[in-house]
Design a protein around this ligand. Structure first.
Ligand SMILES: Cc1ncc(C[n+]2csc(CCOP(=O)(O)OP(=O)(O)O)c2C)c(N)n1
Ligand code: SF4
Length: 246
């Protein structure tokens, strides 16, 4: 029988995901693994994983893994890439990691135009530590640290990373995508591939933001999270290309 779909060689045979059922980290990590295989860079790829559920992808992928202290992935990736210019270096980070404790490292790596790629999973919550409010939590969205929902007068407004980085001169490519359905999964893969290609061509900083879910901490079934994403998250976080210098 013809095989129409196989696991990429960049996923360890026999391994299984540590993510909760329906979590879009699983989809996004799989896309990253597929793109690395398709670009033929498995032997030169190193991922600096953020601290959080985001880092669980390291357990079943074959490329090199580096763990930075919480939030410092972009700083560590910058240093690693400068020291190893022939390697392919990317970060894979959650919103607590990249947009809260690591916002300075993210902004300055982007502002320096480092030759790295960033995969940023925006699920509106601190997944691994039990659902605290993240910079990206929506107004009104509940969190363990905001049991009555995010209130702008108390907690400020959601932070839009693509728009923030678009105010800087150096970044080369910024796109916001989602894995809410199959066509969007295909778009997400294309965006990750484009960002990775730009690094291989020597272009400066690229970031792909993936608007995602967290069924466990949102307290919804995986299917209900898709409705929530469509009805709420994607209204706050508009999909699209924010910058593409080609
Ligand atoms: C300096 C420091 N502060 C706090 C923590 C605890 N901590 C571990 S993971 C995490 C949140 C991760 O959330 P996010 O980056 O959104 O990733 P997700 O789990 O949602 O993928 C926190 C606060 C830590 N490890 N180090
Ligand atoms: S806690 Fe949330 S972010 Fe973490 S693996 Fe489970 S669903 Fe995904």
């Amino acid at each position: 029988m013809e095989s129409v779909y196989t696991r990429p060689s960049t996923i360890i045979p026999g391994s299984s995901t540590g993510f909760c059922p329906g979590c879009m980290h699983g989809t996004t990590c799989k896309l990253v693994a597929e793109v690395i295989e398709e670009l033929g860079i498995a032997d030169q790829a190193a991922c600096v994983w953020g601290i959080g559920c985001c880092g669980l992808g390291s357990m079943y992928t074959t490329f090199d893994s580096i763990f930075s202290p919480h939030g410092r992935a972009c700083a560590m990736a910058s240093a690693y890439k400068r020291a190893n210019p022939d390697e392919f270096v990317f970060t894979y980070q959650g919103d607590g990691d990249l947009a809260s404790i690591g916002i300075a490292e993210t902004l300055y790596a982007a502002n320096r135009g480092e030759n790295i790629s960033v995969v940023f999973v925006n699920n509106g919550t601190y997944g691994m530590t039990g659902g605290q409010m993240a910079p990206t939590t929506l107004v009104g969205q509940k969190a363990t640290t905001a049991p009555f929902g995010r209130k702008p007068e108390e907690h400020g407004y959601p932070v839009h990373i693509c728009e923030l980085l678009d105010s800087l001169k150096a970044p080369h490519y910024l796109e916001r995508v989602t894995c809410v359905d199959a066509p969007n999964v295909i778009k997400t893969k294309a965006a990750i591939k484009k960002a990775f290609r730009y690094q291989l061509e020597g272009k400066p900083f690229s970031l792909v933001e993936v608007v995602s879910n967290c069924p466990t901490n949102w307290g919804l079934t995986p299917l209900e999270t898709l409705d929530y994403l469509r009805e709420h998250s994607l209204k706050e976080f508009a999909l699209g290309v924010y910058r593409d210098r080609g």
